[in-house]
Design a protein around this ligand. Structure first.
Ligand SMILES: Cc1cc2nc3c(=O)[nH]c(=O)nc-3n(C[C@H](O)[C@H](O)[C@H](O)COP(=O)(O)O)c2cc1C
Length: 171
């Protein structure tokens, strides 16, 4: 797939089936994040890649109601960072921006590898920190739920997007 195809293919699907996630696949995903740009090259993103069955099961208790579908994940990527890992330019704090960029790279790489990579905000950061031993002073900002799309079940169509002129202007 070329980049426009990857961007078009990526969806936040909720019908997943199990797939074996290899060490090589995980390395490829981490490398995608490694090459993302960041303010002063600070690379404020941190991840835990969870593949162990027992840990994936423990994470079930951290999902918000409505995200039960995530229990089918073959891999969960916990995304975390903190403010002082990145630039603060006057009032502009870049840690969330840069971590989101790198995570976007991971999501596109996963899509290229034929996986669903669905980010969620609906979880308890407190429980995730406890289960994954993430330091208390870190902000767990998202989980990326990864699996194989179960295309035997029909998904909702892609939610409508704002019109081009609502999100951008060309001057
Ligand atoms: C930061 C963030 C948080 C999200 N949280 C959830 C969530 O808790 N549960 C969920 O099912 N989808 C969640 N999503 C997925 C969005 O709902 C989805 O990307 C959006 O509706 C657009 O659909 P599409 O990705 O299929 O194009 C989240 C996406 C992002 C980027």
């Amino acid at each position: 797939m070329n980049l426009p195809e990857i961007i078009e293919t990526r969806r936040a699907y909720v019908h997943l089936k199990g797939i074996k996630i290899t060490r090589e696949s995980i390395t490829q995903l981490i490398k995608a994040a490694q090459l993302a740009p960041s303010c002063f090259n600070n690379q404020p993103w941190r991840y835990v890649f969870v593949t162990k069955k027992e840990k994936l099961q423990e994470l079930h208790e951290a999902y918000s109601r409505g995200n039960d579908w995530a229990q089918k994940a073959s891999l969960v990527i916990a995304v975390y960072t903190k403010e002082d890992l990145d630039c603060i330019v006057k009032t502009r704090k870049y840690y969330l921006f840069d971590t989101g960029l790198a995570t976007g790279f991971i999501i596109l790489q996963a899509t290229e590898m034929g996986l669903v990579a669905h980010p969620i905000a609906g979880f308890s950061p407190k429980k995730v920190k406890r289960i994954l031993s993430i330091p208390e002073d870190m902000d767990v900002i998202a989980l990326v739920i990864v699996g194989k799309h179960d295309d035997s079940v029909e998904e909702e169509p892609r939610p409508e997007r704002k019109k081009i002129d609502q999100i951008a202007e060309i001057v």
